[in-house]
Design a protein. Structure first.
Length: 277
């Protein structure tokens, strides 16, 4: 201990210089938007590359479960192949327009880091702008909705998960039910709350909650979770609905970033309409 104090005393000018340098950098980054954004991008790159190495080493521990989820999802996709269906000629359908345009595409990515114990939780993935990922894109997983892209670098991206105070998702009960807003209360990472569903809606425990498709971020009818319990909020006309989230955020591994090809066009049209008003 004595030698340590002697060492610090001998080089005290050098350590004071380092301390002042750190303070200066902190003040520059805190008070300048450009430098703060630059520092965040650098930090995302460094953390991303570090976590990539860590994930490669530890990934084999959960490889079996990940493969099971991927196999299940592939099976569901194969079930949608046209060759598995036949044409019922007892009903005649006339197709006046056979032109089909792709609305969404999916960018596969792997989760490098995730948090679940904070009020505002995030996820780091190993795909960035070089792969076509942009801010405000939705992210889904094998079980359902995961989150929304926030920041992007060439090779990595961070997203706000559903376990974030700023994330709200337009959702509905069942595929044909009324729409409400899903919002996390900052408590249990396995559950969220669905609001704005009126008492006219017939609810049952276990009903599936889907995306409504009106947010332009997520496609329609992507699973979010199931109703755990519900009650009427008195006085009032709305339910308080507790939703068991479909995605296990402690174990999420592979995800898909949703690219809406029409997002920019739709945003531009809405902006023009709002400017007229």
């Amino acid at each position: 201990m004595r030698n340590l104090f002697l060492f610090l005393y001998r080089y005290n000018a050098f350590f004071l210089f380092l301390l002042l340098q750190v303070v200066c950098l902190y003040l520059i980054i805190s008070n300048n938007q450009y430098q703060r954004a630059f520092a965040l991008n650098i930090s995302d790159e460094v953390v991303g590359r570090t976590m990539s190495i860590y994930k490669e080493v530890t990934g084999y521990l959960t490889l079996g479960e990940s493969n099971r989820e991927l196999a299940q999802e592939n099976a569901q996709l194969h079930n949608l192949r046209p060759s598995l269906y036949y044409s019922d000629t007892s009903q005649l359908r006339v197709m006046k327009d056979t032109v089909r345009k792709q609305f969404y595409s999916y960018i596969a990515a792997r989760v490098l880091q995730t948090t679940t114990g904070e009020t505002n939780n995030y996820i780091l993935i190993n795909k960035g702008s070089d792969a076509g990922v942009e801010p405000r894109m939705g992210v889904v997983g094998p079980q359902g909705v995961v989150g929304i892209v926030k920041n992007v670098t060439p090779h990595f991206a961070t997203l706000y998960s559903l376990l974030h105070s700023r994330v709200t998702v337009s959702a509905r009960v069942r595929r044909d039910g009324s729409r409400g807003t899903l919002r996390w209360d900052g408590k249990n990472p396995d559950y969220s709350n669905l609001e704005e569903i009126t008492r006219q809606e017939s609810l049952h425990k276990g009903d599936t909650i889907f995306t409504s498709g009106v947010s332009r971020i997520f496609p329609d009818n992507i699973p979010i979770g199931t109703i755990e319990n519900f009650k009427l909020v008195e006085p009032g006309n709305f339910y308080d609905i507790r939703v068991k989230l479909a995605t296990n955020f402690r174990r999420v591994d592979y995800v898909y970033v949703v690219n809406n090809f029409m997002h920019a066009e739709m945003d531009s049209l809405i902006k023009q309409t709002e400017d007229v008003q």
